[in-house]
Design a protein around this ligand. Structure first.
Ligand SMILES: *Cc1c(COP(=O)(O)O)cnc(C)c1O
Length: 243
């Protein structure tokens, strides 16, 4: 009934969940919940279907074209599985593509400008007009810790204004903060820094209750700093195929 790849994914998924549980216990956060987003970028849609079969609810993608193809293929090939999946956009969004992202994403982690937010707002308004009960799109603001915004993310000085802007949009819901730590320096220190920015954001916007931090290599450091959502690719799917 199960193929070898499904068994491999099941084993890696379970090992990753164990890491999350152990990190929560180490941080004395045993009762807390941490969402696991499994990032399937570069891997085939069959893997996304296998993960959904294994009970994974949140799948993540970082490139628009690849995501659209996978969302469509899963929806037409496995409508039952597709209905159980929440697609997370975790990658950089060009402002001219933002409206289209709102057509397939169920949550966006990478809002880093007013133009991207406005594009998502337009796209979600359109989706709302076409189907009933779509509801506001949950979005996280991506923070650039080192201010090198060319790598994605909003500078910390510009974050409060962007947060207020998003909070004022009717078709988006400000859901939290996302960070990818800079390569230079210790991940733990970067996550602690981001956690402070997150707590200030939450003081102003109490409903922004998601802190998306932690990838395959730094799940433990992120959870120690208070992450409520880890985005894991290679630890579950293996190395990304070269395309
Ligand atoms: C690829 C990616 C991940 C997953 O990275 P891994 O190191 O493979 O776990 C998480 N977040 C973002 C934004 C990504 O692009």
């Amino acid at each position: 009934m199960t193929d070898p790849r499904t068994e491999e994914l099941a084993a890696r998924l379970s090992a990753t969940r164990d890491r999350v549980e152990a990190a929560l216990a180490d941080a004395d956060r045993a009762g807390d919940a941490v969402d696991l987003v499994v990032v399937t970028k570069f891997h085939p849609v069959d893997d996304a279907a296998r993960l959904a079969t294994l009970g994974v609810r949140d799948l993540g993608e970082n490139r628009v074209q690849e995501a659209v193809a996978k969302v469509d293929t899963l929806a037409s090939g496995h409508p039952d599985l597709a209905a159980s999946v929440r697609w997370n956009m975790v990658g950089h969004i060009q402002s001219k593509k933002a409206a289209s992202v709102a057509g397939w994403a169920d949550r966006v982690h990478s809002v880093d400008s007013v133009r991207v937010a406005d594009g998502l707002e337009r796209g979600r308004a359109r989706a709302d007009a076409e189907a009933e009960d779509v509801g506001p799109l949950p979005v996280l603001l991506q923070l650039s810790l080192d201010g090198d915004t060319a790598r994605g993310g909003v500078a910390r000085t510009a974050l409060p204004e962007l947060a207020d802007h998003v909070a004022g949009l009717g078709h988006l819901r400000l859901a939290g903060l996302m960070v990818v730590p800079p390569l230079e320096g210790a991940a733990a220190a970067h996550f602690a820094d981001a956690a402070e920015v997150y707590s200030r954001l939450r003081a102003d916007h109490p409903d922004a209750d998601t802190f998306s931090a932690g990838m395959s290599g730094d799940i433990e450091e992120a959870i120690a700093a208070g992450s409520t959502c880890v985005r894991v690719g290679t630890a579950i799917l293996g190395p990304r195929p070269v395309v």
